[in-house]
Ligand binder design. Structure first.
Ligand code: COA
Length: 335
């Protein structure tokens, strides 16, 4: 039998879960920490507060495990039937060992193998590319993809250019073969190392291992050239979204919702404007959570799940450090 005769398997998201830590840092709280103010932050970013995991001894795996357990309880699945656990994160518990195996063990996914992927704010989108490919190839049948980041662990709360933006959280999706023809339709993914300088944690890797010099220079914190990142994010997120629409002959009216990475409300607005999308179709939760990096898009799915109906055409768009960015088109698979 040639591959042409094989039945095409489509991958679909069949369940979602989420977790946000209880503690939060409001704009008012930040006013006491850095030279900023609530009005400026709301006007320039759309953020009012961000959730943070303050308890000592808990890291990104704690967020990921809670999101995964939330999904498992809601979907009532047996975790031992999961084949693969992928955790998208740039704030792993440790640089070595990876976080996903700890998560898989903690949720009793004892028959799964597990690994992390690192693509910053595009982590969930890139993770969906891997998960959907494994399903489409027929290799695996049940994949748990979790976007989780504890950004508070790499944010310098004396730096007003980053501390106002980031928060902690985790979102999870289950990816399985579609039973109704709906699911992952197309993706347009890109990266460009030219922008590595503009958004990064400089030390802790092999180039600048932790030393007294790196600590004194605060290279263990995330730093960015906000203006440059902003410009690239606006043009590339909009461009990727346009590309995916053209390729799939989608008009703005065809799209039920846009699920954009939640970095800055102005970036989101500009993307929506470029594709001429009604504001009501643009999903946001940035006001309450800030930028939770790999978690923003699955958390949107978690928060807005009740709005989605089988067959709805959704667009995902993301942009992040690397640089990494892209967009994807999916049809929602369940009510
Ligand atoms: N509070 C108050 N004032 C601030 C401020 C803050 N936190 N940060 C900057 N300012 C001031 C600046 O000093 C400047 O003042 P001036 O006009 O008197 O010189 C003014 O506000 C504008 O600063 P600018 O840096 O141009 O602000 P901006 O509009 O670019 O907003 C970011 C800054 C960081 C919010 C914005 O660039 C951004 O969101 N960038 C993208 C970051 C991002 O998304 N990163 C993650 C990618 S996934």
């Amino acid at each position: 039998m040639t591959s042409n005769n094989k039945k095409h398997i489509k991958a679909s998201i069949t369940a979602v879960g989420g977790y946000l830590p209880e503690d939060s840092i409001s704009n008012k709280d930040l006013e006491a920490m850095v030279d900023t103010n609530d009005e400026w932050i709301r006007a320039r970013t759309g953020i009012k507060k961000r959730r943070v995991l303050k308890e000592k001894g808990k890291g990104t795996s704690y967020l990921a495990v809670n999101a995964a357990n939330n999904l498992i309880a809601r979907k009532k699945i047996d975790p031992t039937t999961i084949d693969l656990v992928i955790v998208a994160t740039i704030t792993p518990d440790f640089h070595c060992a990876s976080t996903a195996p700890s998560v898989a063990s903690a949720i009793n996914a004892i028959n799964a193998y597990a690994y992390d992927i690192s693509a910053a704010c595009s982590g969930f989108l890139f993770g969906m590319s891997s998960a959907s490919s494994f399903i489409e190839s027929g290799r695996y049948k049940k994949i748990l993809l979790i976007g989780a980041d504890m950004m508070s662990s790499i944010v310098d709360y004396t730096d007003r250019s980053t501390s106002i933006l980031f928060g902690d959280g985790a979102g999870a999706v289950l990816v399985e073969p579609s039973t109704n023809g709906y699911g992952w339709e197309d993706e347009y993914l890109r990266s460009d190392g030219i922008g590595a300088e503009w958004l990064k944690v400089k030390s802790g890797g092999s180039l600048f291992p932790v030393s007294s010099e790196t600590l004194n220079n605060k290279w263990h914190f995330i730093t960015q050239d906000g203006k440059t990142v902003f410009k690239y994010a606006v043009s590339e997120m909009a461009n990727a979204t346009e590309q995916i629409m053209i390729r799939n002959k989608l008009k703005s009216d065809d799209i039920k919702y846009l699920l954009p990475h939640q970095a800055n409300k102005r970036i989101i607005d500009a993307t929506a404007e470029k594709i001429n999308l009604d504001k009501k179709k643009v999903l946001m939760n940035i006001e309450q959570y800030g930028n939770t990096t790999a978690a923003t898009i699955p958390l949107l799915m978690y928060d807005y799940e009740d709005n989605f109906k089988e067959g709805d055409k959704l667009i995902i768009a993301a942009f992040g450090a690397g640089l990494t960015w892209g967009a994807a088109y999916l049809t929602w698979a369940y009510n």
